[in-house]
Design a protein around this ligand. Structure first.
Ligand SMILES: [Zn+2]
Length: 55
């Protein structure tokens, strides 16, 4: 079921893509997190995929 409302689509994509991933354990963290919530590792990467780039 495609989402037709562009505003809802934007929100959904933000919720899915804008997060931080722990380098150590791969846990998803809040976008504002500075350390991993599971292993306290400070090395987090942004999960910011470019939209429409899936293959
Ligand atoms: Zn971690």
């Amino acid at each position: 079921m495609p989402i037709t409302d562009p505003e809802k689509k934007r929100i959904a994509q933000q919720a899915r893509l804008h997060m931080r991933i722990c380098f150590n354990c791969g846990a998803r963290n809040d976008i504002n997190a500075t350390r991993c919530r599971k292993c306290k590792n400070p090395y987090l990467r942004l999960k910011n995929r470019t939209l429409g780039a899936k293959k």
